[in-house]
Design a binder for this molecule. Structure first.
Ligand code: ADP
Ligand code: ADP
Length: 227
C-alpha cells in the first residue's frame, strides 16, 4: 500500500526525516513510536502529502504521490487521516461532518451519504449525536466522529497521528476501542501513538524512530517482551 524509499524532509537546515525507508503492506497495522521531535508526524504527513519531501520517493498503491501528474486529492480519498486535534468542521453538525465529503468528493446522493453516515455513527456509538455540533461533544466523542468521518470515504488506508494524545485519560479507551474495531475489519493502518497497550495488541509491526531515522523495527513481541 505504501512504499517509501530513502525519504528526506528538511526544515531549514534541520533534517526531520533522514533517508527513511518505510513500507506498509495491504491490511497491515504499523505502529510508530519514538521520542517527541523524532519525525513520526512528519513521516505520516508525508504519506498523503501534507508535507512535501525533499528527496526520495513515496508510492501509494503504486502511484508516485509527488509526481507532477499525480492528482493528490485522489490519494487523499484513499488514505484518510485522523489528527490529534480532531479537525471537525465546528459549524457543521456531526451528520454534516460525515456527509459533506461523501457528497462533494464522492458524488453520493444526500440520502446515500446520510445512510452511510448513520451506520458509521451507530458503529462508533454516537447515532444520538447526529444533530449536535462538535463543540457540544467531549473530546473522545469528537475523535470517534473524526474516525467515522474518515471511514465514510471508504479509504484503503488510515493514518492516525497521536489520536488520543489530546484526550482526558478517561476518554482514551473509547477511542482505542473504535480503532481496534477498525483494525479487526482489516483496514491498513499506520498509527503514531504513545499507547503501548494498543501497540502490543494491534500492531503487526512496531517502528521506533529517533532523530529522523528508523532505528529499530520488529514485532510487538520483539519490543515488549523482556529478554
Ligand atoms: P514527532 O511527530 O516525532 O514529535 P515531528 O515530525 O512533528 O516529530 O517533528 C520532527 C521535527 O521537525 C521536530 O523537531 C519539529 O520541531 C520539526 N518540524 C516539524 N514541522 C516543522 C515545520 N513546519 N517547520 C520547522 N520545523 C518543523
Ligand atoms: P502535532 O504534534 O499535532 O503533529 P505539532 O505541534 O508537532 O503538531 O505541529 C503542528 C504544526 O506545526 C505542523 O504543521 C508542523 O509542521 C508545524 N511545526 C512543528 N514544529 C515546528 C517548528 N519548529 N517550526 C515551525 N513549524 C513547526
Amino acid at each position: 500500500m505504501v512504499e517509501a524509499t530513502e525519504i528526506v524532509k528538511i526544515y531549514g537546515s534541520f533534517k526531520a526525516l533522514d533517508r527513511v525507508s518505510f513500507d506498509v503492506f495491504d491490511g497491515e497495522k504499523v505502529v510508530i513510536i519514538g521520542p517527541s521531535g523524532s519525525g513520526k508526524s512528519t513521516l505520516l504527513r508525508s504519506i498523503n502529502r501534507l508535507e512535501v519531501i525533499d528527496r526520495g520517493r513515496i508510492l501509494v498503491d503504486g502511484i508516485d504521490i509527488n509526481a507532477a501528474k499525480t492528482d493528490i486529492t485522489k490519494i487523499r480519498e484513499e488514505v484518510g487521516m485522523v489528527f490529534q486535534s480532531f479537525n471537525l468542521f465546528p459549524h457543521k453538525t456531526v451528520l454534516e461532518n460525515l456527509t459533506l465529503a461523501q457528497i462533494v468528493v464522492r458524488k453520493r446522493s444526500r440520502q446515500d451519504a446520510e445512510e452511510r453516515a448513520m451506520a458509521l455513527l451507530e458503529r462508533v456509538g454516537l447515532a444520538e449525536k447526529a444533530k449536535a455540533y462538535p463543540g457540544k461533544l467531549s473530546g473522545g466523542q469528537q475523535q470517534r466522529v473524526a474516525i467515522a468521518r474518515s471511514l465514510a470515504m471508504d479509504p484503503k488506508m488510515l493514518l492516525f497521528d497521536e489520536p488520543t494524545s489530546a484526550l482526558d485519560p478517561e476518554m482514551i479507551g473509547e477511542v482505542l476501542d473504535v480503532m481496534k474495531s477498525v483494525a479487526r475489519e482489516g483496514m491498513t493502518m499506520a498509527v503514531v501513538t504513545h499507547e503501548m497497550g494498543f501497540a502490543r495488541e494491534v500492531a503487526d509491526r512496531v517502528i521506533f524512530m529517533d532523530a529522523g531515522r528508523i532505528v529499530e523495527e520488529g514485532t510487538p513481541e520483539h519490543f515488549f517482551t523482556a529478554p
